[in-house]
Design a protein around this ligand. Structure first.
Ligand code: PRX
Length: 640
């Protein structure tokens, strides 16, 4: 993304969208003049409160900010009750299709009923306000039902992406002390059932807090049900009562915990609360995707990630939108699967990740051309920087040459969009997330907090959907996000500003990788590698990858007596896959006898990245042994 200065193409908003857009140009001025008033107006417009708040923002104890102080609400009430009791009752809330073609439509009325019943199921198993519930589920409607049922009871949920390993699931359950685990027998991947419940069983061998495990029958693969612990979802639902009174929650009560990778080996439990999160997820979706009553909105993210939480479940359902959900691979039975569904369901707004766009690009346009995508009005991108080529391809082929692309920069921690264009207002340039959302104060600063055109991306003032802490670890929250710049939130990303004032996010500046839009800590992969008996030490870096954005590249020192071999490379890759999940598997493993370290012992990953990406090696003068780089470079060259 070094071509910011070269990118001159500017695309103005299409007249048709600009004329009818939810957000008009004056929205920026309004938010600038009265930032808190802007959020106050949206909190009043978009949330049904049981009791109004008496203060918009309490910033008396930074960085522990509180929004909509003393306001009372229930998030599930906002997502289902208020629609089920309106003329949206028979409007589709969820349109779902499985890989093998199973189709489900849940109207708002039906979703309301399911959520209430499942809240009764959970309550019947002893789940109370404040108890944690873990979810390890495919992209099925029951996952949304379960999330909303937790919200109804006031039991924070913690979703673990279905592609994570049993060990990752176990660690996340144990960190938050979940009482109940909800999973499914399995789901289909390329026509074959993937055994989620088997993984859950392995995790539950060592999760002392789990009392019950609820299993949704989905792929109908065989599972072992443990007497006294495991229960079938459909059996519990068959006798559940139809109504559960929503718990009255404080705006600052926890809605969910979501684990994400940081710079140490242990993932962080990012804590989100109820009021501010519900305000900002809705406000951003309403304006960024210009949500209208008749939209069919499809965000391809898995619900196990923050994009799934905010823009498959909470944001769109709170707005009463029709959400399309697909559980399966993007090329099954053929490479036009996505476009086939987009055409059949008449998708109007489509939100995905650059890695997927690059995959479709590689496959060629013939698969897209088979389908009529003319209903698509707005496109979105999230998860990593989008390269201008992919941006242009997306606009030309999926957006039939005119749909504006919303490149949205945000994070698990920010909860909702932070830097993004607005479709009827912002002129677009391929590759930039453009400007901060109204009411959000973002800047680029140097080490001394001076505003500069190239440096660290920071958020200068609190925002409603911000994380509130790291679960059980306030110090880590402070250290990670607030220590570097005091009252500015440190996002961990680098960014540049162009002559139009647009922000170009260049990627992480810390030891976090972004593989296919998924965050991974270098330390997580390294600690998985050093668990292997052959490995003495490992250093992991991200290497630019044409489709995945970054791939995992590991430099490994073996213990005395062990030799590098293709078999050992395979063994180590497999171990990382089993330990963390397939997304963490290194593409490259290079055996070496030393690693570049400073005199104080810190590994200089920057130099390893230079080698992996074929650049001239940077400054080596701070290395304890400057000669080490030559050996590593030779080993790397030998690999290829
Ligand atoms: O590096 C940024 C990148 O993804 C990171 C956040 O990852 P995660 O918490 O998993 O959330 C992903 C979905 C919100 C950021 O620190 N990132 C996300 N969106 C963009 C991006 N980088 C550039 N442009 C984006 N639009």
């Amino acid at each position: 993304m070094d071509n910011t200065a070269l990118e001159n193409r500017v695309f103005n908003p299409p007249a048709e969208i600009a004329e009818n857009a939810n957000a008009k140009a004056d929205i920026y001025e309004w938010a600038k003049k009265d930032r808190l008033g802007f959020w106050d107006a949206h909190a009043k417009e978009l949330v049904t409160w049981f009791q109004p708040y008496d203060k918009i923002l309490d910033d008396s104890n930074p960085p522990f900010y509180k929004w909509f102080v003393n306001g009372k609400l229930n998030v599930s009430y906002n997502c289902v009750d208020r629609h089920a009791k309106s003329n949206r009752r028979n409007k589709a809330a969820i349109l779902y299709e499985s890989e093998i073609g199973k189709k489900v439509c849940l109207t708002y009325g039906m979703l309301y009923r399911e959520v209430n019943k499942f809240a009764n199921v959970l309550a019947g198993l002893g789940v109370k306000k404040g108890d944690r519930v873990a979810l390890y589920m495919p992209m099925i409607p029951e996952a949304t039902v379960a999330m909303l049922a937790c919200a109804r009871i006031g039991a924070p949920h913690s979703l673990v992406f279905g592609g994570f390993s049993p060990e990752s699931l176990r660690d996340r359950i144990n960190d938050c002390g979940a009482k109940v685990l909800i999973t499914s027998d399995g789901n289909f991947r390329r026509g074959k059932p993937f055994p989620l419940k088997d993984n859950a069983d392995k995790a539950m061998e060592d999760t002392p807090t789990i009392e019950k495990c609820i299993v949704v029958k989905n792929a109908e693969n065989e599972v072992v049900m443990k007497e006294g612990r495991d229960l079938w979802y459909h059996e519990l639902m068959a006798t559940a009562a139809n109504y559960y009174e929503p718990e009255v929650m404080d705006a600052e009560d926890m809605l969910f915990i979501l684990y994400t990778s940081g710079t140490t080996g242990k993932p962080k439990g990012v804590v989100h609360t109820s009021g501010g999160y519900l305000v900002q997820t809705q406000a951003t979706l309403k304006y960024v995707f210009d949500i209208k009553e008749d939209d069919v909105y499809w965000c391809t993210a898995d619900i196990g990630w923050i994009t799934g939480h905010s823009y498959v479940v909470y944001g769109p359902l709170a707005l009463g939108t029709t959400v399309f959900m697909y559980d399966g691979t993007i090329d099954y039975p053929d490479k036009d699967r996505m476009w086939d569904m987009a055409e059949r369901y008449g998708v109007t707004k489509f939100y995905t990740a650059p890695t997927a766009i690059r995959t479709w690009m590689k496959w060629g346009t013939e698969y897209v051309k088979k389908h009529d995508l003319s209903a698509i009005k707005i496109l979105g991108s999230v998860g990593e920087p989008i390269n201008p080529e992919a941006w242009m391809w997306y606009r030309e082929n999926i957006g039939h040459g005119e749909a504006p692309i919303m490149d949205t920069w945000w994070q698990t921690e920010t909860g909702a969009h932070m830097v993004t264009p607005l479709p009827g207002v912002t002129p677009l340039k391929p590759g930039t997330a453009t400007v901060p959302f109204p009411g959000i104060e973002v800047d680029i600063v140097d080490e001394n907090k001076n505003s500069v055109n190239e440096g660290y991306l920071v958020v200068k003032s609190p925002w409603p959907s911000m994380l509130r802490t790291v679960y059980g670890d306030d110090n880590r929250y402070i250290d990670q996000y607030w220590k570097k710049f005091g009252d500015f939130y440190f996002a961990g990303d680098g960014a540049k500003r162009d002559e139009m004032g647009y922000i170009w996010v260049t990627g992480r500046v810390d030891d976090v990788l972004n593989v296919s839009g998924h965050r991974l800590g270098t330390a997580e992969v390294e600690s998985a590698l050093v668990e292997c008996e052959e490995v003495a030490e490992a250093a992991v870096v991200g290497k630019k990858h044409e489709v995945k954005g970054e791939s995992v590249c590991a430099f490994v020192i073996l213990k005395d007596g062990f030799e590098g071999s293709p078999e050992l490379i395979e063994k180590l890759k497999k171990h990382v896959g089993v330990k963390i999940g397939p997304i963490a598997k290194p593409d490259d493993i290079i055996f070496t006898s030393s690693l570049p370290k400073t005199r104080s012992g810190k590994i200089m990953r920057r130099l390893l990245r230079d080698i992996a990406e074929g650049r001239a090696i940077g400054d080596v003068t701070t290395l304890a042994d400057p000669g080490a780089m030559q050996e590593i470079a030779a080993k790397y060259a030998g690999k290829e």
